[in-house]
Design a protein around this ligand. Structure first.
Ligand code: ZN
Length: 205
């Protein structure tokens, strides 16, 4: 084939793919909620924090599953995803994480989000979790990973929060966190349902 024709064929294909993608994207319906367990199923790259006793991914998975279960029990549709993110649309997306720190016990809870649309939801979560979690809080988006979380580019959500729920490398915190993971998950589910305008019972902590 002539090289000019090749280029032409290539661009024609490109345009077909683009149009197909736009049509596909336009027709996809948003789910109400996406719940991601941070680092889940990742075997290389950023596989999550670890301490001598605990793995962040295991805690993320446990909490993400509990949040999902609770939301579904309230008839809220949830798409539960691992670290690998497909292109998706949602009203609310929440990613679950626990932090680690080089200087042990110098970290704590924090919130990341892509823009001001999620600010009110972040404040709602902060208010709920601050009344419960007795350790340190960081400012919103205090790391580049929170500010520019990779999934913000793939998930088109009206509101997106990345939640750091505590420091897994701090014994004092893990002692408090471990027996409360289920309660924390229920509090997250409550925050999400409330943000969606659903009237659900506040968990007893
Ligand atoms: Zn993490």
């Amino acid at each position: 084939m002539h090289s000019k024709n090749k280029a032409g064929a290539f661009f024609a294909l490109l345009i077909i793919f683009l149009v197909a993608f736009i049509l596909y994207w336009g027709s996809t319906k948003p789910v109400s909620v996406i719940i991601q367990a941070g680092h889940e199923e990742r075997t290389s790259g950023n596989t999550g924090a670890t301490s001598s006793l605990y793995k962040e991914t295991e805690w993320n998975t446990f909490v993400a599953n509990e949040v999902t279960k609770q939301l579904r029990s309230w008839d809220i549709d949830v798409k539960r995803i691992p670290a690998k993110v497909p292109f998706l649309k949602a009203k609310i997306a929440v990613s679950i994480h626990f932090d680690s720190a080089k200087r042990v016990c110098h970290s704590g809870a924090s919130i990341g989000y892509p823009n001001k649309d999620s600010y009110g939801f972040a404040r709602q979560w902060e208010k709920l979790y601050k009344a419960y979690y007795p350790f340190r809080w960081h400012q919103d988006n205090f790391t580049e990973n929170l500010k520019h979380y990779y999934a913000y580019r793939k998930i088109d959500a009206e509101k997106f929060l990345v939640l750091e729920l505590g420091e897994i490398t701090c014994d004092e915190q893990t002692k408090w966190l471990k027996p409360r993971l289920k309660k924390i998950a229920h509090l997250i589910a409550y925050a999400i349902a409330t943000e969606l305008g659903k009237k659900v019972p506040k968990p007893v902590l």
